[in-house]
Design a protein around this ligand. Structure first.
Ligand code: PEP
Ligand code: MG
Length: 325
């Protein structure tokens, strides 16, 4: 599939109306990094750090993690890598952690909630990231932030670790970007100060969608029941785009839907400019974006919304069929 799109690999994801969309890839293993070249992605929009914790039978050591993160940065050849801090709990359970018996793990003690309650592991990981950067830029994002205070608390931990490293005379990153994943509807309604403080927001659409529709992402019965292109969800996403636009906050979308060409086109049409996806999706998404006029797609979405359609998908599909592509 990569070969099929190799002719556009080095071309920008620029739409027919002249809008540039920035396409990044999701990764989680050292072995994913070679795809950065092959896919034509501009950087790593989401580096999931859970795997190194999941494949061991105890918490990995700081030096081990620092070495791995440094290799990831080496392999990225100066492109931006957004490291997501440990996102465990719910569907990702560490074998060596006492399993909490929770009736609703997806709504339970997970991700940043664990990080803020067990700060030792989070601080160790932040130290490893700072040491890995070693004078290079560092991008950190915190998963599953549900309210402003969780973000400020996590950010303060990172600031303290930076101070500590400086006092120890170690090299600091050249610059540090600190962002939050927007995966719960509550964060979309956080105070303006949150949007001003965070350097960027990345929508974790897999989780955001499950909470928006109250439909378990792991449950086959309900998982596909609600379309990502459902008008309610798109309208909600559009509000997030608007809030980020008001404060000039950089926004990206890194859930699985970003890698589905029709979804990606609709996200671009409602104003998103950065999408992060599995490497194999970069080609197909770019291919469709390059053929599309976002103003037309936007008009189709508007018409479907005015008409009261449940999802904009049928209208977008009709429009695509009429394009003679
Ligand atoms: C998401 O929720 O969309 C996301 C990118 O994170 P994960 O799939 O790892 O929960
Ligand atoms: Mg998530």
């Amino acid at each position: 599939a990569q070969e099929r799109y190799s002719s556009i690999r080095d071309k920008p994801a620029e739409t027919r109306c002249g809008t540039r969309i920035s396409l990044h890839m999701n990764a989680g293993l050292m072995a994913d990094l070679p795809s950065l070249e092959g896919s034509g992605a501009e950087g790593v929009g989401l580096f999931r750090t859970e795997l190194q914790f999941l494949v061991r039978n105890k918490v990995p050591r700081r030096a081990e993690l620092a070495a791995l993160y440094a290799r990831v940065l080496d392999a990225s050849g100066g492109r931006r890598v957004a490291f997501r801090t440990l996102d465990i709990g719910s569907d990702k359970v560490l074998p060596y952690m006492k399993r909490e018996d929770e009736p609703n793990p997806a709504l339970g003690w997970r991700a940043i909630r664990v990080g803020l309650d067990k700060v030792g592991v989070m601080r160790m990981q932040l130290q490893a990231l700072i040491r890995a950067a070693n004078g290079r830029p560092l991008t950190v994002m915190f998963p599953f932030v549900a309210q402003f205070e969780e973000f400020t608390a996590a950010r303060d931990h990172l600031m303290r670790e930076l101070d500590r490293e400086e006092k120890l005379g170690r090299p600091l990153p050249e610059k540090v970007e600190i962002g939050a994943m927007l995966e719960t509807p509550s964060l979309a309604y956080a105070p303006r100060q949150f949007f001003e403080l965070t350097d960027f927001i990345s929508i974790g659409g897999n989780d955001l969608k499950q909470f928006f529709f109250a439909a378990d992402r792991e449950n086959e019965r309900v998982r596909r029941r609600y379309d990502t292109l459902n008008v309610s969800f798109l309208t909600f996403l559009e509000q997030i785009v608007k809030r980020c636009g008001d404060t000039g906050t950089h926004l990206s979308f890194c859930g699985e839907d970003a890698g589905r060409p029709i979804e990606a086109l609709c996200f671009a049409a409602i104003g998103m400019r950065t999408l992060s996806m599995r490497p194999a999706s970069v080609g197909p998404v770019k291919h469709l974006l390059r053929k599309s006029d976002l103003r037309e797609a936007r008009a189709i979405i508007e018409t479907a919304r005015e008409r009261g359609d449940q999802s904009v998908r049928p209208a977008i599909m009709d429009w695509m069929r009429s394009q003679n592509w």
